[in-house]
Design a protein around this ligand. Sequence first.
Ligand SMILES: Cc1cc2nc3c(=O)[nH]c(=O)nc-3n(C[C@H](O)[C@H](O)[C@H](O)COP(=O)(O)OP(=O)(O)OC[C@H]3O[C@@H](n4cnc5c(N)ncnc54)[C@H](O)[C@@H]3O)c2cc1C
Length: 302
Amino acid sequence: MQQDAIIIGGGFSGLSAAYILARARRHVTIVDSGTPRNRFAAHSHGVLGHDGKSGSEILAEARAQLLAYPTVTFIEGEVDSASGAINDFHVSITGGGRIAARRLLLASGIEDRLPDIPGLKERWGKTVLHCPYCHGYEIGGGPIGVLAMHPMSAHQAAVVADWGDVTLFTNGMPEPDEATLALLEQRGVSLQPGTVSVIETGACDMQRVRLENGRTFDVKALFVAADLYIRGTIAEKLGCAMEDSPAGKILTTDTVKATSVPGVYAAGDIARAFGNITLVSADGVIAGLGTHQSLMFDTAHS
Ligand SMILES: Cc1cc2nc3c(=O)[nH]c(=O)nc-3n(C[C@H](O)[C@H](O)[C@H](O)COP(=O)(O)OP(=O)(O)OC[C@H]3O[C@@H](n4cnc5c(N)ncnc54)[C@H](O)[C@@H]3O)c2cc1C
């Protein structure tokens, strides 16, 4: 049976979009491969009514509530391709299965790519962190590192200084300009030149940042602004326009989260410069409304 919409990705944005369509009694299928971006962190913070729960717990509750709507289908699986045009999209699922729908909603998120420093990846989401607003409070002050990845890392260090005593490891990045150096001094950030060679376990469960010159620094946490990439090639193959954001490429969307391809909507990290659970959930609501209203009013394509 042709669905009104297929949502690719059942994370925070995809499920939020699904609620809107389900409550409009539309037939919606969500396909989700079960690897949300924050799966590396044991707890999610700053989420209204859910502070401290794990991301997987929040998603499991949301899925259970959503599946009470009779027009919703949830498929655990991975979409490997999507094709077609408005009113006649087709999605195939890895290992078999093909679904047809009038609209597509892309909510498949982004991936964080970390620099290749031994000890970094296994600490991601635990003591190697991306966002102080999500995880800074739990550090509880004390020594904190920021690993420079690009020129904006100096600004990140100046912000993180509200959560502890910050050392900015330049790790081969050029020295900041005069104005930035003045800002860092004013925020009490100390600058540590040199290349980081490894992250190890230090004293009292701290993280030891070892530089190639042999110097070591124990910090309670290390912030890294990873490079962000759209997951997979579905959006690109559909021909969705993209734009540069300070965080990397994102899909271009309008005020109702329609992409440049008629009938294809996008929500969440895939289509915004900075995402957290609340912001991407709001995007999902807007994309759900946009999708629903286009099913009703897009007379050009009905
Ligand atoms: C380590 C870490 C910790 C974080 N902690 C917090 C926090 O405490 N509070 C907070 O508000 N925010 C936090 N965030 C940010 C938050 O996780 C993201 O903003 C949010 O997950 C984005 O939601 P999304 O729906 O856009 O994408 P995701 O949550 O990444 O969901 C995308 C879903 O799509 C699925 N998918 C991808 N490709 C396919 C495909 N081809 N077929 C089928 N399914 C597919 C994935 O499996 C996944 O389930 C954290 C981020 C990180 C990296």
